[in-house]
Write a protein that binds this ligand. Structure first.
Ligand code: HEC
Length: 149
């Protein structure tokens, strides 16, 4: 009888130990080691993974659309009717704060810029943004649609 009780006790203790063991392992799997998320700056990759390229580069057939979108999305409200400047800087002069190449203009529009330029990347289809970029690149060229009079 005594042996039986001892055996039962041992089994119970073993079960509890197993339980504890399980809990501990679950907890340690869910809890990262301290500082695991706070690694410092790391060197970047050795190459550019993607390059943005204007799918409408040089395509004059999208210029009128780009002009329309520029007005529809109220770019004109801040940058002026013909992008000559307003509350936002002129996009038709030769001065670019963030670069005047197509990829930089695309980045300015999608990501926004620190001094008051909203980010449009989550709001506009990428194709529309590229059409606007194409339109902006046509400003002051003979191809500019609806130029200022
Ligand atoms: C609420 C006003 C506002 C609206 C709307 C707005 N912008 Fe801007 N934008 C700004 C301001 C202000 C800056 C300058 C930001 C800076 O200097 O950091 C700017 C900067 C830019 C630049 C960078 C210019 C440079 O010199 O590098 C581009 C390109 C641009 N906007 C395009 C657009 C387009 C296209 C739209 C419409 C989709 C648009 N913006 C809508 C206010 C606006």
């Amino acid at each position: 009888m005594r042996a039986l009780i001892l055996t039962a006790l041992a089994a119970a203790v073993a079960a509890m130990a197993a339980c504890n063991g399980d809990n501990t392992s679950v907890a340690s799997a869910a809890t990262p080691p301290p500082n695991a998320y706070f690694v410092g700056p790391q060197p970047g990759p050795d190459r550019t993974f993607y390059q943005v390229q204007n799918p409408y580069h040089g395509d004059k057939s999208v210029l009128a659309d780009g002009r329309r979108l520029f007005v529809w999305y109220n770019c004109a409200g801040c940058h002026g009717d013909h992008a000559g400047g307003g509350m936002g800087p002129s996009l038709r002069d030769s001065l670019w704060y963030y670069g005047g190449d197509e990829a930089s203009i695309f980045a300015s529009i999608t990501e926004g810029r620190q001094h008051g330029m909203p980010a449009w990347g989550s709001k506009l289809p990428e194709g529309d943004i590229w059409k606007i970029v194409t339109y902006i690149k046509s400003l002051r060229t003979p191809d500019e649609p609806d130029p200022p009079r």
